[in-house]
Design a protein. Structure first.
Length: 297
């Protein structure tokens, strides 16, 4: 039986030192063969979703089984250089290096590139999680704002944070003497419950506008993707989206639903997204710059 097709919306990443390749030989230096960077194609304007994507990507490569969309630039340097930074991978090369040689160098460094992109993403994830102090009174990002974590010990007989309105509170009940980990786990159960209800609501809202039907919603805890869609109508959305503004959540929802019409990232796919969300590019950019540090496509 043929496995369902699946497309994913990945977290964005970046950041590490330049690692140059070998310098040009004397023969190459004395007989330059300049190659100008071609104008970005429609594919570059709408880069693939799976893998790691630079915000201003103009070239793409399949590295270690992962799609990496990177920014390629000409420079006055003497060799090909690789930089994993806040926006993703940047590759710089002198004018005498052909694009074929650039692509070959990227493939040669593929293991290093993917490892550094993954490491940077994991550091961003850890920094975000550590930024939340899982204790009573802590502020937790929720739908682009913050709510106050209100911890009630089981049997204490009083509700903490009762001076706040319900939409300002993240309430959890824990055993007496609960650890920080127990408080965090209880808070995440609440966040996932809110996420599931909101995601279902937004799917029901956008699916008719796109003329598609989704069959099943699952919450994901993936460390590399915001969401995925299969051609059998199964949608997966990362529960951590609940930390972000509704405008960014809606972008991910529309992105995944659009895959039920176009199981690709062709111009037709982006036209489909634009039918119901003309400002999707701005929302997509905001998602990449999200403080969650795990962003996008």
């Amino acid at each position: 039986m043929r496995a369902p097709l699946q497309f994913v919306l990945d977290f964005f990443t970046g950041g590490d030192p330049v690692v140059p390749t070998s310098a040009p030989t004397p023969a190459q230096a004395s007989n330059p063969s300049p190659t100008r960077l071609p104008a970005p194609s429609s594919e570059a304007a709408h880069p693939p979703a799976a893998g790691f994507v630079h915000a201003a990507a103009n070239r793409h490569a399949q590295l270690q089984g992962v799609m990496v969309s990177f920014r390629f630039e000409r420079s006055r340097r003497k060799s090909i250089g690789f930089l994993v930074g806040a926006d993703g991978l940047v590759v710089r090369a002198p004018n005498w290096v052909t694009l074929r040689e650039v692509d070959a160098a990227v493939q040669e460094k593929s293991a290093w590139i993917v490892a550094k992109l993954q490491q940077f993403k994991e550091r961003q994830t850890e920094q975000f999680q550590k930024a939340i102090e899982w204790r009573h009174g802590a502020e937790v990002p929720f739908l682009g704002r913050t709510v106050q974590l209100c911890v009630l010990e089981r049997g204490a007989g009083r509700v903490l944070g009762q001076d706040l309105s319900p939409d300002e509170v993240l309430p959890v009940t824990v055993p007496p003497g609960a650890s920080v980990t127990q408080v965090r786990d209880a808070a995440q159960v609440w966040l996932k419950k809110q996420a599931k209800a909101l995601f279902e609501q937004r799917l029901h809202h956008f699916a008719p506008l796109l003329g598609v039907r989704w069959q099943k919603l699952s919450l994901s805890s993936a460390s590399t993707r915001w969401g995925s869609a299969r051609n059998d109508g199964h949608i997966r959305l990362n529960w951590r989206l609940i930390h972000l503004p509704i405008s960014q959540i809606d972008y991910v929802v529309v992105h995944e639903l659009a895959h039920l019409r176009e199981m690709n990232h062709s111009p037709r796919f982006w036209e489909t997204v634009g039918e119901v969300m003309p400002d999707y590019a701005q929302r997509r950019k905001a998602l990449r710059q999200s403080p969650v540090g795990l962003a996008d496509d």
